[in-house]
Structure formats: structure tokens, C-alpha cells
Design a protein around this ligand. Structure first.
Ligand code: F6R
Length: 246
């Protein structure tokens, strides 16, 4: 374990507040900072908190740039389950961030290699990600980087595992509607972020939290690579921290 900082909170709302503190610090230090964002249930309290803090005049997103981790292949930006739409509804539509300063992989890309290369180039042109937000899947995935025999490098297309499709079917009317593939920043893209903030809540994530941060580093648990990142802040609630060594 190298530079892991752990913050334990009572519940998911408190995790959201502690994570919001990290983003507030970053934005105050650098008003045009680049933040990497995630979708899913875990970041929702954080997004609510960021919206409230800007409304209260404590934060200003007008110069912030953001790059999302992933998007389903084949979903249009305005599809109800697209990650672009999720970000609009849960964050972007309620803060002063400029639309041109938010990027999400294009689910409808015709030339996938060109889209992925352009995504990496945009992040590079912005000067790289200053703070990357991550959640974790039950199988240890980060972004849509699923367990594999190797760590993926840059933004790329991935097939979704049965476990991930099953976990995400709650948002669709049936499993058949859950896309079978997605575009995601690679592990290499994530590891290039200057700072990483990972949020984990719920007892159902206690085992994978343990494996990711206290087990062996292996592409079978993609998040375990974070043990090699120099600046990771893990913010979790008591339920998720249940198996964590004291
Ligand atoms: C989504 C993403 C995923 C989620 C993970 C956990 O952009 O990157 O890796 O973070 O699937 O999702 P929740 O928070 O819904 O448990």
C-alpha cells in the first residue's frame, strides 16, 4: 500500500460531503481544473452536495472542465439510460459548468478508434485530469474496465460482463435492453489522473473494497491497480469499511 488516505463516514450522505470537500479544494486551488466523473448510485449524494454548494456561493463551476469515465455503446446522448443524460440530470443541468467543457464518450460513434483517440487527446489538451472520481463494481471494475488478464491502457470499447449487465438492469425495463458493450477510459487513463477520489458505500461492497485495497494487485480485480497510484483518497461508509483492517 503506498499513499492511500482513508476517510470513513457514517453513511452515504456523509461520504458525499467528504467527497465534495475534495472537489471544493481542487476547484478553489485551480478554478479551471479538470475533474473526471463517474455515474452510478454511489456519486449521487456527492452530486447533490456539489449543486447545493454552488447554489450557496461556495463553489464556482464556470471554468471547470469535466471528462466522464464511460458511456454505453449504442445509446444516444438523450437516451434515458445514457450516461450523458445521467450527468445532465444529476449534475450538469444544475451547475454553471459550460456544456462545451463537459465530455462523455460518444455512444453513437461510427469510427470507434477515432472517437477514443480524440477523447484521450482532449483530456491531454486540457492538461490531464486533476481529480478523478471513481466508484467500484462488485467485481472490482472501475469505469467499465472489467476483470481481465491484463490492465487496459487508454479509452477503448469493452464487452460488458453478465454481472455488470445484471447489476445495471435495474435502470432498464428488461435485461435485453442493457447494452452488451460500452466505451470506457482505460486503466491507463485513470492512473494518469493526478489525484483519485474513490467513493464506496454499502455492506455489499465491503468484500470488494477489501480485495481492491488490501488484496493482491491483479487485473482480475481492476481497481487493485490503484494501490500503485501515488495519491488515492478512499471515502467509504461504515458498512463498506466492515472488513477493512483497523
Ligand atoms: C460508472 C462507473 C462504474 C460504477 C460502478 C459502481 O460511470 O464508472 O464503474 O462506478 O459500477 O456503480 P454504483 O455506484 O451504482 O454501485
Amino acid at each position: 500500500m503506498i499513499h492511500l488516505k482513508v476517510m470513513k463516514a457514517k453513511n452515504p450522505e456523509e461520504v458525499g460531503k467528504l467527497a465534495a470537500d475534495q472537489f471544493e479544494l481542487a476547484i478553489h486551488a485551480k478554478p479551471a481544473c479538470v475533474i473526471g466523473l463517474a455515474t452510478g448510485s454511489t456519486p449521487l449524494p456527492l452530486y447533490r452536495e456539489l449543486i447545493a454548494r454552488e447554489k450557496a456561493g461556495k463553489l464556482d463551476f464556470s471554468r471547470v472542465r469535466s471528462a466522464n469515465l464511460d458511456e454505453y455503446k449504442g445509446l444516444a446522448p438523450d437516451h434515458p439510460q445514457s450516461y450523458r443524460r445521467f450527468m445532465q440530470e444529476n449534475l450538469f443541468d444544475h451547475i454553471s459548468i459550460k456544456p462545451e467543457n463537459t465530455i462523455v464518450p460518444d455512444g453513437l460513434a461510427e469510427d470507434v478508434d477515432a472517437m477514443c483517440a480524440a477523447y484521450e487527446k482532449k483530456i491531454e489538451d486540457w492538461g490531464g485530469v486533476d481529480v478523478q472520481l471513481l466508484g467500484i463494481g462488485h467485481d472490482g471494475h472501475i469505469g467499465f474496465n472489467e476483470p481481465s488478464n491484463h490492465f487496459t491502457q487508454m479509452t477503448n470499447e469493452v464487452k460488458l460482463t453478465a454481472m455488470t449487465r445484471e447489476a445495471n438492469k435495474r435502470f432498464f425495463s428488461s435485461i435485453d435492453e442493457v447494452p452488451t458493450a460500452a466505451y470506457t477510459m482505460g486503466i491507463g487513463t485513470v492512473m494518469a489522473a493526478k489525484k483519485i477520489v474513490m467513493v464506496i458505500t454499502g455492506e455489499d461492497k465491503a468484500e470488494i473494497l477489501y480485495k481492491a485495497f488490501f488484496g493482491p494487485v491483479t487485473p482480475k480485480v481492476p481497481a487493485s491497480i490503484l494501490q500503485f497510484h501515488p495519491d488515492v483518497t478512499l471515502i467509504c461508509d461504515e458498512a463498506a469499511a466492515k472488513l477493512m483492517p483497523q
